[in-house]
Design a protein around this ligand. Structure first.
Ligand SMILES: NC(=O)c1ccc[n+]([C@@H]2O[C@H](COP(=O)([O-])OP(=O)(O)OC[C@H]3O[C@@H](n4cnc5c(N)ncnc54)[C@H](OP(=O)(O)O)[C@@H]3O)[C@@H](O)[C@H]2O)c1
Length: 256
């Protein structure tokens, strides 16, 4: 996640490559990163030089390590932090700093790896509009950004965070359904994946609602209507409502 962000920032010329620094834990992580991030300084541990009040940090480590990294950032005198750590509240990060710190929390999803993610951001108790604009400009290098309140981050963690997984499950099932109808696996895969990408683009580019687009392909008494009737009878809408609610609730539990 962190290397995708660094790559996005570098490729978007967000700043000069030499103004970026990526910190890793193990020296063996450096060569592969150096290949992707030409001109960017990569160090084991935090940089010891060049940090001043204008330097921002992005924490992008597994949740178990996040508070210890925050303590290191505090010791290195960082005062502006963007966290990409799932389930860690702004208050907990703020508590790792002895003085005032601006914390912006975010929840991205995996399409940021190809610059097409969507990320929600929320500010902690001391953020200014400048801090939020700074965080938004960073995450815009890898997709789109939505601003929410911190209370809404759990809802985002149930919805767009895991949404790639929800959709991949649907895609897997549809590919299998095509195979059951006699299509070769690669043919079924192409039909499903291209339909999925095309439908998403149609939705994004026409600005029509999903209901309108669905109505366009549903003739009265036709084949699509016959298929949709089965989905409705199996309560697929309700399954998605409960799916998102369960993931959001799990996020609330993890944040306690
Ligand atoms: N919503 C989503 O879909 C989503 C997806 C992925 C991640 N996330 C969030 O993004 C965060 C990062 O996840 P990830 O999968 O990218 O993690 P990861 O693969 O473990 O990468 C963490 C990176 O941080 C480096 N690092 C630097 N200092 C560290 C320290 N003191 N302790 C531990 N690591 C240190 C690690 O260095 P080394 O390489 O040397 O170990 C590694 O390169 C997580 O908190 C996760 O919740 C969200």
């Amino acid at each position: 996640m962190g290397s995708a962000l660094a790559e996005g920032l570098r490729n978007a010329s967000w700043c000069a490559p030499e103004e970026l620094c990526v910190s890793v834990r193990r020296a063996e992580s450096i060569p592969a990163l150096a290949e992707r991030l030409e001109g960017v300084a990569i160090s084991v541990g935090l940089p010891t030089e060049g940090v001043d009040a204008s330097t921002g940090a992005v924490i992008c480590v597994k949740p178990d390590y996040a508070e210890s990294v925050a303590t290191q950032l505090a010791a290195a005198k960082f005062t502006r932090v963007l966290s990409v750590v799932a389930g860690l509240s702004c208050a907990r990060l703020e508590a790792a700093f002895p003085g005032p710190v601006a914390v912006v929390r975010s929840m991205p999803n995996t399409p940021v790896l190809i610059g097409r993610g969507v990320t929600a951001i929320a500010g902690g108790s001391r953020v200014t509009s400048d801090d939020l604009a700074w965080a938004e400009s960073i995450l815009s290098a890898v997709g789109t950004v939505v601003r929410v309140t911190e209370r809404q981050i759990d809802a985002v963690t149930g919805l767009s965070g895991p949404m790639p997984a929800y959709l991949y499950l649907v895609i897997e099932a549809l590919i299998e359904a095509g195979v059951h109808q006699g299509l070769a696996h690669d043919v079924s895969r192409q039909l499903v994946v291209d339909s999925f990408v095309g439908s998403a683009l149609l939705l994004a580019e026409t600005g029509l609602s999903p209901e309108e687009l669905r109505a366009q392909v549903t003739s009265p008494g036709g084949t699509t209507a016959a298929g949709l009737r089965v989905l409705e009878s199996r309560a697929v809408r309700s399954a998605f409502l409960e799916t998102v609610a369960a993931a959001a609730e799990r996020s609330r539990q993890m944040g306690r």
